[in-house]
Structures are given as structure tokens and as C-alpha cells.
Design a protein around this ligand. Structure first.
Ligand SMILES: *[C@@H]1O[C@H](CO)[C@@H](O)[C@H](O)[C@H]1NC(C)=O
Ligand SMILES: *[C@@H]1O[C@H](CO)[C@@H](O)[C@H](O)[C@H]1NC(C)=O
Ligand SMILES: *[C@@H]1O[C@H](CO)[C@@H](O)[C@H](O)[C@H]1NC(C)=O
Ligand SMILES: *[C@@H]1O[C@H](CO)[C@@H](O)[C@H](O)[C@H]1NC(C)=O
Ligand SMILES: *[C@@H]1O[C@H](CO)[C@@H](O)[C@H](O)[C@H]1NC(C)=O
Length: 455
């Protein structure tokens, strides 16, 4: 018990009148503005697997002497079931963190989160030299700290731990540069989320230098200051295992035709809301997921033989002729475009299609137009907006009618199909009649009646 309090106290103890509340169903314990006189309430957090500390200032503990732990304290830490620790709205002296972090090696904490925290001062992290921690996921959201540049040497004391980290989230923290040497410490990192920062094209190349993040599979650069698709391709060339890339919400330009080839490992690319008015080339050849929603695309010239998911909602596309180049499609979103027709003979070829959304388009409900969508709906693969948001814009007599309600009976839509058999029938009757007349003259009335009936 004392051990737990020892560990949590310098991190969680802050002035105020707060206390900890445990939710047993969620196994989650939330402490707000913990005060010295209510610190006992930390004890009720002991059975929790998630413990959160919100609010306060740890600065007055920065100089607290923290020696080695007693064996009983270590036993206690080892018996804790805490898997995730969250620190929010706190001022965290880096010096204090550097000294306390090593005690995490006695716990089973796998995920460490700092949200809306300010790291103050700086440390050489010497206490962490050669120290491994069970923490595999580190999340930092809306944090501030002294710039990373120039502190590479200090961070190298964290090499052992950072080298075992699997997932790093560093979002909304005004990051504009990530030194090359820092990236090299994350030698087994699989997933890196740098969304909502200030990374520009130039900073990107430096961050992903030779040897940085060598095992990275998923990278998000959503909402940064990237401008060049070609530049991003060039900067990420040294990530040999990259599978998922999110560069949505940047203002990208196609630039000049580029010779940069994406790595073959890339399976998923998110280009949504990037201001595109044409498709950027070249696209990674083995893509399975491509999101180009919320752009200004009018036409789409792609040919991606492995593509399974294509998201194109909120563009200005007028037709779907590109579908014939994506035979493996399973998921297709086309909501809010300018598409007037979804031809059944194109859709029919997509044998793996299982999820389609195409609401909010100005459909032409002439027979073939409405028919294609109705047949698609009949397969059961059309999303929840069917039939409500599938509305005809033309021809005039169907304006604002639901596509579902357009009659595509054979008689109305394919008069040739009905009229031709009727003509044939009439012709046969005429012939039969003529034969009858002829036969009557030869006095063979009975046979004649039978022939007429047969026709
Ligand atoms: C615990 O969390 C569950 C699920 O979020 C919630 O329904 C319940 O009301 C919480 N219990 C308490 C005592 O807050
Ligand atoms: C970000 O953190 C600061 C404190 O560092 C806080 O004042 C602010 O409200 C936070 N912003 C958001 C969006 O959470
Ligand atoms: C992208 O461009 C739009 C309009 O051109 C602008 O409003 C927005 O701030 C830009 N975003 C970034 C991240 O530069
Ligand atoms: C692409 O990014 C946007 C946010 O910019 C997100 O809403 C969307 O879900 C992402 N697409 C995929 C396929 O993950
Ligand atoms: C609607 O489709 C019909 C038949 O394909 C065509 O004749 C007509 O011009 C189309 N109308 C519009 C407004 O595109």
C-alpha cells in the first residue's frame, strides 16, 4: 500500500479539495485535484486497471528527494493491477518525471497518457539509463515542452525503453520538427500518430531520416502543414514497412509529374479533405484502401487492381466509369457527388461489392437510371440512407421523387421488349387466318379451326 501511494503520491498529489472515485464496472479510478488530507482516497484506486489524475501543479515536488524503494514497496507495486495511467491538466516538472518513471518498471502499466499537460524544465534522464519499462503505448495530446531539438543526447538515456515502444501518439502539440536522432531511438515502433501539428514538407524529410522509425507500419500526419504530395512521397522513402498513411486535411498539390515511387508495402492511403481537384499520381500500386472524400474531383482516372475500399463522398464526380478498373472493390462510398446514373452493367461486374453508399446525387430516373439503383438496392448492399436520400432530379416528371418509387415496369421502360412479341403474335394470327381462308375454299374447316386455336 505504502509503495503504491509512494509512486502515485508525487505524481498525483496536488493542492485542492479533490479525491478519487472508483468505478468498479469500468475498473477505472479518477482522481481530481487530490489534496494532502484526502490522499488516503488513492487507496481505493488499487483494484482499478485505469487510474487518472486530473488537475494541479506538481512543481512543488520537483526537488523532492526520491530514494530507492523498500522491498515491501516494490512487492506492492508488483501486485498492482493498473494497466493504464492518465495524467491530465497538469504541470509536470520533467526532472520529477525522470526520477519517478523508473519505478514503473515494477508495475504492469502498459499505457501512459499525458493530456493537456505542460512539461516544464528539462532533465538529462540519467536515472533512466538502460532502464526498460512495461509501457508499450505512450500518448501525448495537447502538451507543451521545451523544443526537442538540441536534447537528443538526453533522450538517448531513454533508448532502452523507447526502443521497445510500439505505439506513440503526439497530437495537437505544435510540433514542427522531430530531430532525426530522436526518431532513431524508436527502433521497434509500429504506429506513430502526429496529427494536428505544424509539420511542414521540410521538417518531414529530417524526421524520417535514414534509420528513424525503421519498423513503422502506420503513420498519421493528418492536419499538418504539408503541401506537396511528391515531397511526402520522397520524405517517407526510408520507411520500408509502411502500410497505412494518413495525410488527410493538408493542402496538397499535385505539382509536376513525379517520378517518386511509393513503397510496395503501402496498403492504405487517406487523402481526404486535401483540396484535390485531380488525382495525384503515382498512387501506391498495391492500395487496398483509398480515401479521397471531401475534395473537388470531377473525374477519376485510377486503375488499382487490389483496391477493396474506395471512399469518394463529397466530390464533384459525374460518372463512375472508373469502376471497371477496380474489380476487387468491396466498399464504395459516393455520397454527395454529381452522379446521374449508376449503370447496373458496371456494378454487376464488381462481384465482391458488399457495402455501397451513393445518397445525395442528382439521379436521372429515366428507366435505366432508376433501374440500376433499384437492382443495387435489391442486393441489400446499399447503406442506411436508402431509400430516403436517393432522389430523382430528372426527367422533369420525376423531380423530387424517390428513386425507389419510380416504376421501371417492362411496359414503360422497354417497350421494344413488349411490342415485338405482340407483333409476332399478330403476324402468326394473320398467317393462320390466311391459311384458314384458303383451306375453307378447299372445304377443310375443322383442321382450320384447330390451326387458328393453336396460334
Ligand atoms: C461506471 O461506468 C459505467 C459505464 O460507463 C456507468 O454506466 C456507471 O454509471 C458508472 N458507475 C458509477 C458509480 O459512476
Ligand atoms: C490544451 O492544454 C492547455 C493547458 O496546457 C489547456 O488550457 C487547454 O484548454 C487545452 N486545450 C484543449 C483543446 O484541450
Ligand atoms: C488550407 O487552405 C485553406 C484555404 O485555401 C485555408 O483556409 C487553410 O487554413 C489551409 N490549411 C492549412 C493547414 O494550411
Ligand atoms: C481519413 O481521415 C479522415 C479525417 O481527416 C477520417 O475522418 C476518415 O475516417 C479517414 N479514413 C479512413 C478510411 O480511415
Ligand atoms: C436521362 O437519361 C436519358 C436516357 O438515358 C437521357 O435521354 C436523358 O438525356 C438524361 N437526362 C439528363 C438530364 O441527363
Amino acid at each position: 500500500m505504502i509503495g503504491a501511494v509512494l509512486l502515485l503520491l508525487p505524481l498525483g498529489l496536488v493542492q485542492g479539495g479533490g479525491r478519487c472515485v472508483l468505478n468498479r464496472t469500468e475498473e477505472r479510478c479518477v482522481c481530481r485535484r487530490l489534496a494532502e488530507d484526502s490522499v488516503d482516497s488513492i487507496v481505493q484506486c488499487l483494484p482499478a486497471s485505469v487510474v487518472e489524475f486530473w488537475g494541479g501543479d506538481l512543481q512543488r515536488y520537483a526537488a523532492l528527494p526520491i530514494g530507492d524503494l523498500q522491498p515491501s514497496a516494490i512487492d506492492m507495486l508488483e501486485s498492482l493491477s493498473i494497466r493504464k495511467l492518465v495524467f491530465g491538466d497538469l504541470l509536470v516538472p520533467e526532472e520529477l518525471l525522470a526520477r519517478v518513471l523508473k519505478f514503473f518498471s515494477y508495475t504492469q502499466v502498459q499505457e501512459l497518457v499525458f493530456e493537456s499537460c505542460a512539461f516544464v524544465g528539462s532533465s538529462d534522464w540519467a536515472d533512466m539509463d538502460g532502464q526498460d519499462l512495461p509501457v508499450r503505448t505512450l500518448r501525448l495530446h495537447n502538451v507543451t515542452s521545451a523544443p526537442l531539438t538540441g536534447r537528443e543526447q538526453g533522450f538517448s538515456s531513454l533508448r532502452r525503453w523507447l526502443g521497445s515502444l510500439q505505439e506513440l501518439v503526439l497530437t495537437r502539440s505544435r510540433l514542427s520538427a522531430l530531430p532525426c536522432a530522436v526518431g532513431r531511438l524508436f527502433s521497434t515502433l509500429r504506429s506513430l500518430d502526429l496529427a494536428h501539428n505544424g509539420l511542414a514538407d521540410s521538417g518531414l524529410a529530417a524526421a524520417f531520416c535514414q534509420g528513424a522509425f525503421p519498423r513503422l507500419r502506420a503513420l498519421s500526419l493528418q492536419s499538418n502543414h504539408l503541401l506537396s504530395f511528391h515531397g511526402v512521397c520522397q520524405s517517407l522513402q526510408l520507411l520500408p514497412e509502411l502500410q497505412q498513411l494518413d495525410i488527410s486535411r493538408n493542402n496538397l498539390t499535385a505539382g509536376l509529374a513525379s517520378s517518386c515511387q511509393w513503397q510496395m508495402s503501402l496498403r492504405s492511403l487517406n487523402l481526404s479533405d486535401t483540396g484535390l481537384d485531380e488525382v495525384l499520381t503515382p498512387l501506391p500500386p498495391n492500395l487496398e484502401v483509398l480515401d479521397m472524400s471531401c475534395n473537388h474531383l470531377r473525374t477519376l482516372d485510377i486503375s488499382l487492381g487490389s483496391l477493396k475500399m474506395l471512399l469518394l463522398s463529397q466530390n464533384m464526380l459525374q460518372d463512375v466509369s472508373f469502376l471497371r478498373n477496380c474489380p476487387m472493390l468491396e466498399v464504395l462510398y459516393l455520397d454527395d457527388n454529381l452522379i446521374s446514373e449508376l449503370p447496373w452493367d458496371e456494378l454487376q461486374l464488381l462481384q465482391h461489392l458488399r457495402d455501397v453508399a451513393a445518397a445525395g446525387n442528382p439521379y436521372n430516373c429515366s428507366c435505366s437510371g432508376a433501374g440500376g439503383i433499384q437492382r443495387l438496392a435489391a442486393t441489400g448492399h446499399l447503406g442506411p440512407a436508402w431509400p430516403r436520400d436517393y432522389v430523382c432530379h430528372s426527367p422533369p416528371r420525376y423531380q423530387r421523387v424517390l428513386v425507389k418509387d419510380v416504376s421501371v415496369s417492362v411496359l414503360q421502360c422497354n417497350s421494344a421488349a413488349v411490342i415485338a412479341p405482340i407483333c409476332v403474335l399478330l403476324a402468326v394470327l394473320c398467317v393462320a387466318g390466311a391459311v384458314c381462308l384458303a383451306r375453307a375454299k378447299h372445304r377443310l374447316p375443322q383442321a382450320c379451326r384447330r390451326a387458328a386455336k393453336g396460334a
